[in-house]
Design a protein around this ligand. Sequence first.
Ligand code: PLP
Length: 231
Amino acid sequence: MSSIADNIESVTRRIQKATLAAGRPVESVHLLAVSKTRPAADLREAFAAGQRAFGESYLQEALDKIAALADLDGLEWHFIGPIQSNKTRQIAASFDWVHGVDRLKIARRLSEQREPQLPPLNICLQVNIDNEASKSGCRLEELPELVAGVGQLANLRLRGLMAIPDPQQDDQGLRSSFHRLADALAELRHRFPDAGPLDTLSMGMSDDLELAIAEGATWVRVGTALFGARN
Ligand SMILES: *Cc1c(COP(=O)(O)O)cnc(C)c1O
């Protein structure tokens, strides 16, 4: 079995290869290590191999790991799960990024509950890019209103968009989903120049990160390819 350090190296190589093939600068794509369900010891191992950004989906589990790893300097915590309104206070207190915001009510609470002495919380709006019945995320048509609202919130920094395409599609279908998300971001940047940096596309996972990078991903969220299959 390969070690976590080996896996980080091979995923990093995949990212670099895809980034260069797309004619993009190597530093333009970041690796988010999705560590949900993995023990703190695995994150420590990834940290020793140079990984700093970790993505978690379950709040209590994440808070336990954040506490267990408080001795490590420079960790960056990303919340990537669905967000219930009774969880926003703890998310605003403990995370650097939130990728799954899909309604204004949640964004307002995160901004109100973010301590103003902390840096603004980085936000991505999640889009249900293939209009799947069971998936979180807003519809593309709802984005302008959301961006206009979230762009006003003092303690948030609107970084961009996040999506998880319908995994049943073939490569061409996945690529077209990523492409639609990238188009939507470009349009929003043009229409709302003051809403935030809008410099981020959080898209691509273990099996499709190359396709996402070809379409402009700036964060790929990778779990299985780093840590192995989840229980
Ligand atoms: C679990 C998860 C991932 C990682 O998926 P892998 O296929 O294991 O790489 C990425 N994004 C989100 C939102 C997730 O919940």
